[in-house]
Design a protein around this ligand. Structure first.
Ligand SMILES: *[C@@H]1O[C@H](CO)[C@@H](O)[C@H](O)[C@H]1NC(C)=O
Ligand SMILES: *[C@@H]1O[C@H](CO)[C@@H](O)[C@H](O)[C@H]1NC(C)=O
Ligand SMILES: *[C@@H]1O[C@H](CO)[C@@H](O)[C@H](O)[C@H]1NC(C)=O
Ligand SMILES: *[C@@H]1O[C@H](CO)[C@@H](O)[C@H](O)[C@H]1NC(C)=O
Ligand SMILES: *[C@@H]1O[C@H](CO)[C@@H](O)[C@H](O)[C@H]1NC(C)=O
Ligand SMILES: *[C@@H]1O[C@H](CO)[C@@H](O)[C@H](O)[C@H]1NC(C)=O
Ligand SMILES: *[C@@H]1O[C@H](CO)[C@@H](O)[C@H](O)[C@H]1NC(C)=O
Ligand SMILES: *[C@@H]1O[C@H](CO)[C@@H](O)[C@H](O)[C@H]1NC(C)=O
Ligand SMILES: *[C@@H]1O[C@H](CO)[C@@H](O)[C@H](O)[C@H]1NC(C)=O
Ligand SMILES: *[C@@H]1O[C@H](CO)[C@@H](O)[C@H](O)[C@H]1NC(C)=O
Ligand SMILES: *[C@@H]1O[C@H](CO)[C@@H](O)[C@H](O)[C@H]1NC(C)=O
Ligand SMILES: *[C@@H]1O[C@H](CO)[C@@H](O)[C@H](O)[C@H]1NC(C)=O
Length: 576
């Protein structure tokens, strides 16, 4: 009894001292206002510490990052923003006191700075040629803010002329909980092709060619608007799955984007496959790496279309002009020699002539082509239901000639039309029988490889193994739940924001021309459904769990469940 009383007394004394100490100490509060900055409406940002308000000021370099010294909190603190009279927003939650000299760079209205997101377990080691530099460009569990500032007249002009190639000079800031980067004089422009039809548009960011101006070793980045995915998670989940399967491509992370006075919303940050991407991905960032050419398959161009040519890797005979009609692009020039389509033409010739039934067929293919990079990619096209990849549309992929190993590598990209969001016939895409996947047998490379018995077996084994180990509700749903919890508040925010561009789908939804543009493997009714739903989003939870009421948008979990069950059933029946 006596002992306990003494112990209590000691505790009381200690805590009294620590309260007094804390009262005497200040901490630096740092918070990002997403309301925009620079020249706009006056806003006053403050921190309310234990019910007392202390003003914060814009930091010197980044006007949307407010900072200031105020006492360490005893009970807690919140941030407040006032713009004009009687318009004060106070965070509807209390943050825990910190004993650090400064808070992380926090974000107004977001009660957390870093979430614990577990990584998907790898199914395969990465492909042999890959040697990716580890950098903090994508941090799991954080949503940094990117602030772009520049001449608003120029930004407006770019948004009013979405089909023109307009580059606007701008300044760039990046604020994450533990870091800030300011990079001036960047090129800012609209990205993509069909993405320009959406009211929320995607952007390219080009930093100057100067090491000092790189963002964590990257110079070329894309901000993905995610405008056709009401779950906001398809690309993130898709790239996480690709990583677990060991393929070379970009990774993906979420960012908030503010343009001058205007918040643009929640975006995906991905890497553009331009210098120094190849050296980062294949040579651990080695500046002396002499990269080969990187070719992009981009379906067709008006000119190639007139000749009936698409980027399906068909061999056209030794006529290089036919490769230069716009269906392919040279995304990155080789370090040595003149850029040309020669190595791409050589590859298509190889595909057309490679053996399928000789005893050394597998070996012959592997000597020239990283066959794993392709078979894994095709297995994922089928499982993810990649609606505009190589199989379905002969689109959204790259062929890289890696000079050190003298082999070609297949690189998947632009995976927004996945998990059932897109134009494909749902039952054909999710039958579990890969042979019904739209377009699979209309592409020379996959058709030819599946004629090689060794590759056919490997492909089927991969489909089954990836499904058993990764592509199923048990493995993916917990990851989806963590990600959904992380982005929930930002999705709500994103949906309230006015858009800078127009919904051209909506205007054209009944337009026969638009539907006729749909490539041949696509399902017309699904495409129409897709056009109609743009601008009529379903809530995040519905988009994740399903059903959404749209045939072009199954719930994310719904799609995974159906696809994995049907795949397992197919292989169980095949090899009982
Ligand atoms: C702040 O003030 C309210 C009432 O004005 C009070 O109920 C609350 O306990 C106070 N909070 C702190 C952290 O002191
Ligand atoms: C502590 O914060 C208060 C309130 O902002 C300020 O008046 C004071 O100068 C700060 N003290 C120090 C040592 O920074
Ligand atoms: C602000 O609110 C107070 C009390 O509600 C009101 O008396 C005052 O007129 C308001 N001021 C303005 C500028 O709206
Ligand atoms: C994060 O999650 C992992 C696994 O769920 C757990 O082991 C770890 O302790 C967690 N870390 C934090 C900081 O919560
Ligand atoms: C970028 O910042 C620099 C230095 O503050 C400034 O001189 C320049 O005008 C800014 N550029 C743009 C496009 O706003
Ligand atoms: C912004 O750009 C417009 C058109 O390019 C130009 O007329 C205007 O002077 C610029 N404004 C500023 C502040 O530089
Ligand atoms: C927040 O940003 C500042 C720059 O304004 C940076 O120096 C700092 O590392 C970040 N703060 C923390 C606590 O990490
Ligand atoms: C390229 O090959 C050379 C010789 O085999 C080797 O030393 C070098 O590390 C390789 N570089 C890369 C990026 O793989
Ligand atoms: C090569 O292809 C181009 C484009 O189709 C065509 O105009 C030209 O006649 C072809 N050349 C030969 C020698 O066939
Ligand atoms: C092997 O394939 C070639 C064409 O690809 C065909 O001409 C030949 O008859 C086949 N040989 C056997 C033994 O099937
Ligand atoms: C969709 O695919 C299924 C299965 O392959 C087929 O039976 C059905 O006719 C297709 N529907 C349309 C509209 O093409
Ligand atoms: C898979 O689909 C193809 C094409 O429709 C068909 O020929 C084949 O019989 C199917 N396989 C199984 C095992 O059902």
């Amino acid at each position: 009894m006596r002992l306990t009383l003494i112990a209590c007394a000691v505790v009381t004394v200690v805590s009294a001292v620590s309260i007094r100490e804390r009262e005497q100490r200040n901490t630096t509060y740092n918070v990002v206002s997403l309301e925009g900055g620079g020249g706009g409406e006056q806003q006053d940002v403050s921190v309310i510490v234990d019910n007392k308000t202390y003003p914060l000021v814009p930091s010197e370099e980044i006007p949307i990052l407010y900072t200031g010294s105020a006492p360490v909190a005893t009970n807690g603190y919140s941030y407040a923003i006032s713009s004009g009279q009687n318009n004060t927003k106070v965070e509807p939650f209390t943050r825990n006191p910190t004993n650090e000299p400064a808070t992380p760079n926090e974000t107004f209205g977001r009660s957390w700075n870093t979430k614990n997101i577990s990584k998907l377990e790898p199914v395969y080691p990465h492909i042999r040629a890959m040697d990716r530099l580890e950098t903090p460009i994508h941090i799991d569990g954080e949503i940094p803010t990117i602030y772009i500032s520049g001449n608003q007249t120029d930004f407006d002009y770019m948004h009013e002329n979405v089909f023109d190639e307009i580059t606007v000079k701008a300044n760039f800031s990046y604020i994450s909980p533990k870091d800030t980067q300011v990079i001036n004089n960047i090129d800012f422009e609209l990205a993509g092709r069909s993405s320009r039809w959406f009211p929320k548009v995607s952007y390219n960011i080009k930093l100057k060619k100067d090491e000092e101006d790189e963002l964590y070793n990257y110079r070329r980045l894309k901000l993905r608007a995610l405008p056709n995915d009401d779950s906001y998670l398809r690309e993130k989940l898709g790239y996480d799955v690709i990583e677990a399967v060991g393929l070379a491509t970009t990774k993906f992370s979420f960012v908030r984007v503010v343009l001058n006075d205007q918040p643009l919303g929640l975006y995906g940050l991905i890497e553009t496959f331009k210098d120094p991407w190849l050296q980062n991905e294949f040579a651990h960032g080695d500046e002396n790496y002499e990269n080969g050419p990187l070719y992009q398959g981009s379906y067709l161009s008006p000119v190639s279309s007139r000749e009936g040519l698409i980027s399906d890797l068909s061999y056209y005979g030794d006529n290089i002009t036919k490769y230069e009609l716009g269906q392919y692009k040279i995304k990155e020039d080789p370090a040595k020699g003149e850029p040309s389509f020669q190595l791409l033409m050589d590859f298509t010739k190889f595909i057309s002539e490679a053996p399928t039934n000789t005893s050394d067929a597998v070996e012959v293919w592997q000597k020239t082509f990283d066959t794993d990079s392709f078979l894994r990619s095709m297995a994922l096209e089928v499982l993810l239901g990649f609606s505009d990849g190589y199989a379905a549309t002969a689109d959204n992929y790259y062929i890289y000639y890696e000079p050190n190993s003298s082999r070609y590598i297949y690189i998947p990209s632009d995976i927004d039309m996945t998990f059932g969001s897109g134009y494909l016939n749902f039952s054909a895409m999710t039958s579990g029988n890969y042979s019904t996947f739209p377009g699979l047998y209309s592409r020379p490379l996959i058709t030819k490889m599946l004629q090689v018995p060794g590759f056919k077996t490997q492909f089927e084994d991969m489909l089954l193994e990836i499904t058993q180990k990764l592509f199923n509700p048990e493995k993916l749903n917990p990851h989806i739940d963590q990600l959904a919890e992380m982005i929930a508040v930002d999705v709500e925010w994103d949906k309230t924001l006015p858009r800078v561009s127009k919904n051209l789908f909506f205007a054209g939804a009944e337009n026969q021309g638009l539907v006729d543009m749909v490539p041949s493997n696509m399902d017309r009714n699904t495409a129409l459904d897709f056009y109609h739903r743009i601008g009529n989003p379903v809530p995040l939870e519905v988009a994740i769990e399903g059903p959404t009421g749209y045939i072009s948008l199954p719930g994310l979990k719904e799609f995974i469940k159906i696809q994995s069950e049907n795949t397992l059933n197919f292989f169980n029946k095949k090899n009982p």
